[in-house]
Design a protein. Sequence first.
Length: 254
Amino acid sequence: MLIDTHSHIYSDDFSSDLDEVVQNAYNNGVKKIILPNIDSGSIKRLIDLSNSYPHICYPLMGLHPTSVDADYKEELQAMEYWLDKQKIYGIGEIGIDLHWETEFINEQKEAFRHQIKLAKTNSLPVVIHVRNSFNEVYSIIKEEQDGSLEGVFHCFTGNTEEAKKIIDQGFLLGIGGVLTFKNSNLGEILQNVDLKHLVLETDSPYLAPVPKRGRRNESSFLVYIAQKLAEVYHVPVEEVAEITTANARNLFRI
């Protein structure tokens, strides 16, 4: 059994074959799928999917950093509304993204910190998006860590020092399709990290792993990431599945 800890299969990319995508995942051993939110525009599809497959799909609630702009406070109110209306398993996808633009960097930091506080108040884990922003994200996490904050750094592609900093703060590393790319050195970096600090993810529909690279990613492709990780650690894929599944279950309490 595998758990995809980060998938956006509720997006429009899957509007024509969503049921088939969920079934394919289940048939390939991916028995649970964690669904991080993007913004107010994605909530309905997210909730509908979670309600349609309550024992497979688990909703998170959060405001993605690339959706943070001048009206971010109104967006955050929409997120908070659903915390009282629906069973939510974490706060995400949140963080800081300085790849696309830096105009709203202060708003991104404020939204990130606010949602971390929400997570602590509600005893929920956080799923963190980091892009060209490790120092900014880590600084806030370190300030807010009071022993109750836990979560995962989604799509980890950093170096050994960054991995150690993340783990020292009590967080897990989310490992996805990048691990399988020929030009990636992630496998070498992970050799310095114990498997007990990792969870698996696809980030569907993005970052499809080899041999599906270039295609729309989906949760069933998680098996390729698990197989590659087994090669990195020189262990059976069943061991990768057992450990990463236990990590995901413990983090999201599923």
